[in-house]
Design a protein around this ligand. Structure first.
Ligand code: C2E
Ligand code: CA
Ligand code: CA
Length: 696
């Protein structure tokens, strides 16, 4: 081997490169049988990111571009040293780093395990090389010819002594490693290099092996001229003449201090998560397998909780990765506190955690831990003087009912977790056999949304908002509708959360605003531009740096015909993060109004309410519904209206269905109303008619 191992020697063998527009489904149909990680490239072969197989297999019909969750790590050079690469892996807490050549062309990727494999292979290669070197030297020494070239070109240190163990020759590598020049050691015994670390017994064994077998190899600590001790891998052979008398000893060694250090760090990393200190996926799987084996013997059970933080990507995107890391650390600590010593908690990667409960497969015990986890994580997190709210969704699988091996237990807990997310987040779900089908249905919906826009399956409904005092139509809320060719009308409550999860909400949100701009212009002459509001729903998932400008420019198209108001839920308003604050400033600057949707159902921080440029509160339908029958609801609505008026905001009550409700709202001084009592959401032409009937 020449020179130390480089990053380029340790590429992941499990990596395949895929085009960003391809889908896992199609890639596995044609590609190698068991790829484990995908490098996603665009058409120009630019590297976009990594996707691991588990994630890809969960969403077989998504394009790879949509599967990338981590920011793209900067590449390492193939010629970088392993220490450099390792430092990057540790520092960035990355599972993989892309590797490029001098020209920036992608060669592959490295991971902790590919580094280990590279090192092990190199070590094996070195051993073989050493073996052949010795054979070669032996032959040459026997002929009393020592080829200087072999000596000086190898990176292994070589030292030759006579039969009395006096040094007769060393090569350049010896000089480099030990710091001694040949002249300084000639005629001395190799004991000159002894570190003092090994006892006399060690050297006694060494010499007896040389005498009996004619050879010794092993790790030995020596001392350089500068006093520094270091480990080397040494291989010594006795050279005998034809009559069997030892004439020389040849020692060949390499300095393995660098390897050793790397190996130790790799070992630690191989089993523990760097960020949280929790066991990692590997260690967790090991333990799970052991627990399963024990359960099998004792005929008992175990429960596996798969925990995934909700909308963690939003936190990362809006508050930065450093902040996201702190959230993960706190989440890990909070969970660690509530489980028993006997249970195992691990971080599988990203925002995914697992807990293994040795509860004998008792459903109630697993339920108890799951609700405790949801409860503790639901408490606010306080990080760097800022409060954030985190929630988690949990899937539970049990041995032996839901699987009898580690892989299937994990997979089924994961499936159950997806189901938990779907049924509204911040809940837990036990695995059920039909979940697989449901997941497929969900992927079909995702694909459906993607194509639905191109195929004109979406349309907009308009629901009027009226002033209570005089019945004047003051605005309209735009509501998205999806007419699916086979499944019929799909309600937004079903497809909006999916679009939010898979990132399609940006595309949909854009479409809504642009389409509304076209349609609202048809109202020219019927409404007064400065006196008529177009209310558009805005999802928190649309709050990403690069889409904000696009949204505002689309909104400006609507502003030609109406005042635009964005309906935003409390949680988005209350994050208080920089991105959101910047967005609100930009909205105010563009003359866009803001209303708080579903008010009363989330957390509100009054200080934020006052600080933000909010024009309107929309009292949630659930309070309006109970106005006539429930005193508490009436009091809540009264309080909301009074508070809003004190803060200079207007109040819209939504979901007004009866004249009784309208009457009470009037008495409470509510400003505006919206609901079936006045009109259902209407297609544009019918809304047109509605306006005319109401004196426009
Ligand atoms: P939302 O913003 O709270 O919208 C009001 C919902 O209440 C609408 O349901 C509307 O049809 C319904 N509604 C209005 N008046 C009454 C009433 O008197 N009684 C009852 N029972 N319901 C009434 P819809 O259209 O099914 O929308 C559901 C949710 O989907 C919306 O809740 C909103 O969060 C979301 N959504 C709809 N369109 C969009 C959109 O373009 N973008 C985004 N991000 N979300 C949307
Ligand atoms: Ca709304
Ligand atoms: Ca609402």
């Amino acid at each position: 081997m020449t020179g130390p191992l480089r990053v380029g020697d340790c590429l992941c063998s499990r990596l395949i490169q895929v085009n960003a527009l391809h889908r896992y489904r199609d890639v596995v149909a044609t590609g190698p049988t068991s790829p484990k990680i995908f490098a996603v490239l665009d058409d120009e072969e630019n590297f976009l990111g990594m996707v691991d197989e588990r994630q890809a297999a969960l969403f077989p019909s998504r394009i790879f571009a949509d599967l990338i969750v981590r920011r793209v790590p900067a590449p390492v050079l193939a010629t970088d040293s392993l220490e450099q690469a390792l430092a990057r892996l540790e520092h960035e807490k990355a599972d993989y780093l892309p590797v490029v050549d001098q020209d920036g062309k992608m060669l592959g990727a490295i991971s902790h395990s590919s580094l280990v494999v590279g090192l092990l292979q190199a070590e094996r290669a070195t051993l073989e090389e050493r073996e052949s070197l010795i054979n070669q030297l032996e032959a040459e020494l026997n002929h009393h010819r020592i080829a200087a070239s072999v000596f000086d070109t190898t990176s292994e240190g070589i030292l030759v002594t006579d039969a009395k163990a006096s040094i007769v020759l060393v090569n350049r590598a010896f000089e480099n490693v030990t710091g001694y020049r040949f002249e300084e050691v000639r005629g001395h015994r190799p004991a000159l290099l002894q570190s003092g670390i090994h006892d006399t017994e060690f050297y006694a064994k060494f010499w007896s092996a040389l005498q009996d077998k004619g050879a010794w190899q092993g790790e030995i600590w020596n001392k350089r001229k500068n006093g520094e001790t270091y480990p080397e891998w040494l291989h010594v052979n006795a050279v005998r003449d034809t009559s069997g008398v030892t004439t020389h000893y040849v020692g060949i060694f390499s300095d393995i201090s660098a390897h050793k250090e790397v190996q130790e760090r790799l070992h630690q990393m191989a089993y523990f998560d760097n960020l949280t200190g929790l066991p990692n996926r590997q260690l967790f799987l090991d333990r799970l397998e052991r627990v399963i084996a024990r359960c099998q013997r004792n005929e008992t059970g175990v429960s596996l909780l798969f925990i995934d933080l909700d909308r963690f990507k939003n936190i990362n995107d809006s508050l930065g990765h450093g902040f996201g890391d702190q959230v993960l650390i706190q989440a890990a600590n909070k969970m660690r506190e509530i489980i028993r010593d006997a249970d195992t908690i691990a971080r599988l990667g990203g925002d995914e955690f697992t807990i293994l409960i040795e509860d004998g497969g008792n459903e109630q015990a697993a339920e108890k831990v799951a609700s405790k986890v949801i409860e503790t994580l639901g408490d606010h997190f306080s990080i760097a003087g800022r409060e954030v709210f985190v929630s988690a969704s949990i899937g539970i699988s049990r041995y032996p009912t839901d699987g009898t091996d580690a892989e299937s237990l994990l997979k089924n807990a994961d499936l159950a977790m997806y189901q938990a997310k779907e049924s509204g987040r911040s809940v837990y779900q036990f695995f059920k056999p039909d979940m697989n089908e449901k997941l497929t249905e969900r992927f079909d919906l995702e694909d459906g949304i993607r194509h639905g826009i191109d195929k004109n399956q979406f349309w907009l409904a308009y629901q009027p908002q009226l002033r209570l005092s005089d019945g004047q139509v003051t605005g309209v809320e735009v509501l998205l509708r999806w007419q699916h060719p086979e499944m019929g009308e799909i309600p937004p409550a079903k497809f909006i959360p999916i679009a939010e999860d898979c990132g399609l909400i940006n595309m949909l949100g854009q479409w809504v605003v642009r389409r509304a701009a076209e349609q609202i212009s048809e109202l020219e002459g019927l409404v007064e531009k400065h006196d008529f509001r177009l209310a558009v729903n805005f999802s928190p998932a649309q709050l990403a740096e690069k889409t904000i400008e696009e949204i505002i420019s689309a909104i400006q198209l609507c502003q030609k015909s109406a005042v635009v108001e964005l309906e935003i839920t409390e949680s988005t308003l209350m994050t208080g993060d920089k991105l959101a604050l910047g967005f609100f400033e930009a909205l105010a600057h563009a003359g866009v109004q803001v209303s708080v949707d579903d008010f009363g159902t989330g957390y509100s921080n009054l200080a934020n309410l006052r600080r933000l440029p909010i024009h309107r509160l929309k009292v949630d339908r659930s309070f309006v519904q109970d106005l006539e029958s429930d005193e508490a609801s009436r009091q809540i609505v009264t309080a909301i209206i009074n508070m809003a008026h004190c803060l200079g905001m207007k109040v819209v009550a939504e979901g007004v269905e009866t004249s009784g409700q309208a009457q009470i709202l009037g008495g409470l001084d509510c400003d505006e109303v919206q609901g079936y009592l006045y009109s259902r959401p209407l297609p544009m032409d019918q809304f047109h008619t509605f306006l005319k009937r109401h004196g426009h």
